[in-house]
Ligand binder design. Structure first.
Ligand code: IMP
Ligand code: MG
Length: 186
């Protein structure tokens, strides 16, 4: 169902992850990538729009030289339930052939988006494929798939902020908050 909402602070139930918690984990993820890709120049791919904040903080925290590219995938419309059919809205500019690709996701929920990205990039001849996600919601998984590195495993709550939206709102919060159920449930 399409809903237009105002991004009101009253719609937020509670802060789930603070800016400090997030930034601490970003540094750990960057260090993990630095050790994995020492001496290489991987291509870091941001899955837009949700991963944009995490992506920018992550690549800036890395010491390894990386190239960056973007792909916009849409699966939700305005509801809080995945359609299971992610669509490419904007494709990569770079070729991934022979490249070590780091795929940066905001959240692995049903797993459909990640599955689609993996098939696509493998089909285009990527040399290696490493998935880093800020959040993992294993309770909602419909596809048997896992990120190589996950910063936070979270409960089955609908969350917003730090790139994550509800009806395109709340993305620019510097922290992550739980959205009140009454905002998205009928
Ligand atoms: P998938 O269900 O694993 O394909 O994830 C699809 C996309 O849904 C994610 O990349 C997010 O952008 C979005 N998503 C999943 N769970 C949440 C949530 O709790 N809040 C906001 N967006 C979400
Ligand atoms: Mg996403």
């Amino acid at each position: 169902m399409k809903k237009t909402i105002q991004p009101l602070k009253e719609h937020l139930q509670s802060v789930y992850l603070t800016e400090e918690q997030i930034q601490g984990k970003v540094k750990e993820a960057a260090a993990w990538l630095d050790s994995k890709f020492e001496g290489k120049t991987p291509l870091a791919v941001s899955v837009l729009k949700g991963s944009v904040m995490f992506f920018c903080d992550l690549v800036r925290a890395m010491k390894t030289p990386v190239q960056i590219d973007f792909m916009t995938i849409s699966s939700y419309g305005s509801s809080s339930d995945s359609s299971g059919m992610p669509k490419i809205v904007m494709d990569l500019a770079a070729s991934v052939e022979g490249r070590d690709v780091i795929l940066v996701e905001d959240i692995v929920d049903s797993g459909h988006t990640l599955k689609k990205m993996r098939e696509l990039l493998n089909g285009r001849g990527a040399k290696s494929f490493t998935v880093v996600t800020l959040l993992d919601k294993p309770a909602r998984r419909q596809v048997d798939i896992k990120a190589d590195y996950s910063c936070f495993e979270i409960e089955n709550e609908f969350i917003v902020g730090y790139g994550l939206d509800y009806a395109q709102q709340y993305r620019n919060l510097p922290y992550i908050a739980i959205l009140k159920r009454e905002v998205y449930e009928d």
